[in-house]
Design a protein around this ligand. Sequence first.
Ligand code: C2E
Ligand code: CA
Ligand code: CA
Length: 808
Amino acid sequence: MRLKFLHKLLILTVTPVLIAQAGTMLAVLQTSKQEIEAGAKQALRVGSAVAEQLVQTRNQQISRNVKLLASDFALKEVIAISDPESTRSALDNHANRIGADLSTFVYIDDDGESDRATSALERHVQRYALTVLDNDGALPDIFSIVLGKSVYQVYTAEMRAPTTIGYLMLGFRVGDNIAKPIRKLTDLNVAILQIGATGINTAVSTFDAAHSHVPPPDLLNKQLAANSVYPKLVGPDEFWVTHLPLTRADERVFIVLASQKLKPLQHFLKAKDNVLAFGVGLLVLVVALGAWLSAGVSRPLRSLASATRSLAKGEYETEIRVASRDEIGELAQGFEEMRKAVASRESQISHQLLHDPLTGLPNQKHTIAVLEREIDSQAVTEVSLIVIKMQSLDRIGSSLGLHSTDELTRETARTIASVAGDGYFVACIDTNRFAVACCNTDLATAQALARDITDQLDLGTQLGSTRITLKSHAGVAHYPSHTTSAEDLIRYAMIASVDAKGKKLRLDTYDTGREADFTRYLKIVQDLPTAVEHEELKVFFQPKVSIASGELYGAEALVRWQHAELGFLPPDDFISAAERSDNIKLLTRYVIQKAIAAARQWQDDGFTLKVAVNLSARDLLDRDLFGYVTEVLEQHDVPTTRLILEITESSVMEELDLAVETLNTFRAAGILVSIDDFGTGHSSLAQLRDLPLDELKIDKSFVSQISADSDDELLISTTIELAHGMGLTVVAEGIEDEYSLRRLKHHKCEIAQGYFFSKPLPEDDFRRWMADYRPADYTERRSETRPFSPPQPSQAAPDTPGQMKKRP
Ligand code: C2E
Ligand code: CA
Ligand code: CA
């Protein structure tokens, strides 16, 4: 069993008291017992002296009276001269007077014998008296005699007239007259015993009925006889006993004094009970005192223990208060200081947990909590949430340094907070992502605020001597019209901000149902790296034909993805996702590798074709791409002039200088650069003059319009002319019919690409297609022996939906 501290303390206080008590009790018991014994013995000794004194005084008194009577002249005359009857009568009279129980007179004749007794009793007494004569023949003053059951003390006195005529003898029965006064004076049991030849005769006894058989005193024990006290059984009980002769020099009649051993002890036992009661009382007092004291010590310890338990549970609010000023108090003080330190650290940590370390603004977790609270609140009927997505600082970071990007982020946070004002909750929910929660604010007001914020951000931030402008896109979502969940509200606003970027808008508002698209988008982003790794992506090839000769010129590599869950995915569905998530590098390299390997294969098959690969804006910023491309070309032993990189106007414009630098590097190595989708962008050809280009691809939206719209044809013809002026080869894509092809030939367009020749084909199909291909002169289009036929609807790429879609 584990003892509690309280109990240990209690034992510590109570045990010494208990031991002391028991010791005292034992000692008291021992000494009391001795004391009582000594007292009892002393009482007996005193009693014995008292009894002796009493008997002696009585003897002297009676002796004197008897002697006085013996000298009475009248009595003398009667005894000397009268007849026995008269003598008897006179004796009776006198005996009565002094209270004697029997009387007789013994005459002393010359012969020393006399027989003038009047009764047998007298004669007996007289005869007995003779037996007690002393050595000189004289009668003792007192002797005892047993008559029947009674013991008498007989007092004798010599009678002279003038010579001794005899002895007067008066007997007094021994009884209460002796025992009672002794008993009264000593409070001892008194018995007077006569020890005769026939046994013990009890003359008188103050013992009660239970103790009526008083045993004879230990006469043989001389030591005891000398007025000593000794134990003896009387009846069933033990007594302290002493004895003394009733009459001196008479060893037959004794006074026995006794005191019951147990009796004084009973007083003691009563006292012992009191002592015990006192002891128990004391013990109770000590236990109570000990308990109080121990509690005084253990209570603060217990409160300390419970305080530490609270600390362990993470409750740091309650102050640890222990009033005592002792060591425990000091300990408690220490604990209290520790609690404060931990509490402050805890609040720091929880602040860090709920705040963005850089801007000090509440973080996403905090924002969700606040939104949840607001949504739950009765007072709040609607919440509009704005999420502002800032342009990534990665590239700026590398040129400006980390310190500047941190400052830029903080400055952005300050700008947003100052535009939002005090009424709104501003948070930093992610890197480069801020949020403004607007309670009881409708969507229109929030949209206006979002515009104000992006307008302000567009003004840029002064950082030292340079002014830096970061692009920002805002998304807005609304409770309750979009969702009732705080987390969804944030997510929806985020989706809206991503959509805003995708749509190249400053601000977009969440569209109900957009979430499903977004989930699909996220899935695509998530699965793309493994798809590349496991070669789930397939590269298709679409032929490019020299219009003048009808010969095969090259092929464009176009990627496709057969997604395990989402099914067939056209590039439009995942290219932009790859671009946004930085997976585009992986994808581009994959396609380049497949395209160059295919070119090698074609060459081995006897076809010397150029292969075109599409690049994204990101690829133009990838400084390692050139190294990769040349390595793959070398690896497959394909000349650099065999590769065309297709870029779009917008991708070049994003980071013009860097893009131009990259393109120059490629071109310097002999790789060709083609500007894709021409005509859909904002720039005119004149603006593209400074770009390092080899080829221009007129967008399919113009080509397909040729037959219907003469304006388009005019645009195409001027573009071709201008492009030729700039030394560019012109490619027309999206040729679906022979008419378009003829018109393009007419305008001196060099290369054609489109379903008219073939849809994009898997590599094996493409090789088969090539083997079957026969060049033709498209000016002779009405001839009956055309080596090719326009694409059948059934052939129109069921695995490539969306290919027929026109660009806006
Ligand atoms: P793009 O570079 O303009 O590619 C030409 C697109 O026009 C292809 O669509 C092609 O299948 C389609 N097309 C070809 N002939 C005709 C025709 O006669 N009529 C019509 N209506 N369409 C025709 P696809 O394969 O769906 O590719 C769409 C876009 O995805 C491409 O447009 C390109 O921008 C991008 N893309 C495809 N593969 C890659 C790639 O490997 N890397 C990158 N960065 N982008 C790629
Ligand atoms: Ca292209
Ligand atoms: Ca194109």
